[in-house]
Design a protein around this ligand. Structure first.
Ligand code: ARG
Length: 471
């Protein structure tokens, strides 16, 4: 592949007598392509050449020897040279490289010898694995594959929400209503029903919240019976998630959830205390972040229990020590932005700033319906991710039946297209914006749209323009 940057720098070096390597470092990509494919700011040359940037730009443009196969045209705007490269040469080069490298096109080894930890999906056990977790799972799954492709040693972590007050709620509910649900038969559905019912009833009955707290406290105190039920709930839930992960072809190297840090938090709380960061506040222990314009980060609640942030701080330090990561990527919704800012700041104050610099919160918008309402929350009903994937597969099966009933491997194609269309809808959406979940767009067969694209990706079969489907 020719390096356009190199060629541009060489041509400029000829007219300015400056060093090619140095010139290369000045070349920029303009903020939008109307301003060219590359831009060369002449400001830095002004001192050496003792002329104004604009004059330098004009002189370079007038004197440069242009190979039209490489540079199509150059324009001067202010002290900038805007450079337009030859698109035919670019296309030829790219196609040649693709045909040589095949599936390895775009890969590199820039991550060689470096660890990238990617934490994604991370559903909350006992709560539904619903459409809200679609984006973290899809975006995280894509990042996992991309980082592998550029040579990193990737560690995919599913930071399951397997600890917290929600277990207190489910444990209390299971005990209160044990005769009303069949936990052996409809395991996951019963657990969910108990959780949803508990959340609803506690709104009118504060005593239930106290009861949930006491159950969670028992769990934190390692009550054997509670721990046994907790483990059962965890296993049932993971089995259920795995069905969805299999459909989405997601990989995790570790299912290391919040509970894993239970016996590691004490040392971290001690460390925070020794570093003089803990303050008492209304019976809780907090790190004051007022001077950073943030609310305090609660470490121990007034009930004496640890909290989400305590576990995140502990998990971060543990990962830094065990993986010595070059990148620590959290794929988590934008709703938790403040939480990440808070606990990153606490870690910085603890002296882990070098690691915090390597951490990124990859945030994303909500999944909403056409009217802009968050999906799945309206009637307290949850839309399960697995059901959505299956619904998509069924819808594609129907479309194939209408358009191309004799298609071979109909079910296999429907599975790939149905799941592919959901993934594509997510990744084609701007990450930060809310994603509109609308079946008509997702499964639109008109034009070169998402479904067609995913069929192409998934089947590598031939496209029949008349029936508008790949065969
Ligand atoms: N379990 C959390 C949720 O579903 C997401 C976990 C995000 N990751 C983290 N390190 N806090 O809301």
């Amino acid at each position: 592949m020719i390096s356009f940057k190199n060629e541009i720098a060489k041509a400029i070096a000829e007219v300015t007598n400056l060093d090619v390597e140095e010139l290369k470092t000045y070349i920029e990509i303009p903020p939008n392509s109307d301003l060219g494919d590359y831009a060369f700011p002449c400001f830095k040359l002004a001192k050496a050449l003792k002329k104004s940037p604009q004059i330098i730009a004009i002189e370079i443009k007038d004197n440069i020897k242009l190979d039209e196969n490489i540079i199509e045209k150059i324009e001067v705007i202010g002290g900038y040279l805007n450079i337009y490269i030859n698109k035919t040469t670019l296309a030829k080069n790219v196609l040649k490289e693709i045909s040589e490298k095949q599936e390895l096109y775009g890969s590199s080894n820039i991550g060689q010898g470096k660890n990238a930890v990617i934490e994604y999906s991370s559903p909350n056990i006992a709560k539904p694995f619903h459409i809200g977790h679609l984006r973290t799972t899809v975006i995280g799954g894509a990042l996992y594959k991309i980082y592998k492709f550029i040579g990193y040693n990737v560690i995919g972590i599913n930071y399951l929400g397997d600890w917290g007050l929600q277990f207190g709620k489910v444990l209390a509910g299971m005990e209160l209503w044990k005769d009303e649900y069949d936990f052996e038969k409809d395991k996951i559905q019963s657990l969910l029903n108990v959780y949803v019912r508990f959340c609803k009833e506690e709104k009118e009955n504060e005593k239930l919240t106290d009861l949930a707290r006491s159950y969670f406290k028992k769990l934190e105190e390692k009550d054997a019976e509670c721990l046994k039920v907790w483990e059962w709930i965890r296993n049932v839930s993971i089995d259920n998630y795995n069905k969805t992960y299999k459909l989405l072809n997601c990989n995790f190297d570790e299912y290391r959830g919040e509970a894993y840090y239970n016996d590691k938090m004490e040392a971290i709380v001690k460390e925070l205390d020794e570093k003089g960061l803990l303050k008492d506040s209304q019976g809780a222990k907090i790190v004051d972040l007022e001077q950073y314009n943030m609310p305090p980060c609660i470490i121990i609640t007034s009930a004496g229990t640890t909290i989400y942030a305590t576990r995140d701080i502990t998990a971060f330090i543990d990962r830094a020590k065990s993986f010595n990561f070059e990148k620590m990527i959290y794929v988590v919704g934008g709703e938790q932005k403040l939480h990440f800012e808070q606990f990153f700041k606490v870690l910085e104050l603890m002296g882990y700033g070098e690691y915090v610099k390597k951490a990124t919160h990859v945030s994303f918008g909500l999944v909403v319906d056409k009217t802009g309402e968050k999906i799945g929350t309206r009637k307290g009903n949850s839309v399960f991710l697995e059901d959505i994937l299956n619904e998509s597969i069924q819808k594609v099966e129907k479309i194939i039946d209408e358009k191309n009933p004799n298609l071979e491997d109909k079910q296999e194609v429907a599975r790939k297209v149905g799941v592919g269309a959901i993934i594509f809808n997510d990744l084609a959406n701007s990450r930060i914006k809310d994603e509109i979940f609308d079946w008509d767009t997702i499964l639109n067969f008109q034009g070169e749209t998402r479904t067609l694209y995913s069929i192409h990706i998934c089947t590598h079969k031939k496209f029949n323009r008349k029936s508008r489907i790949y065969t």
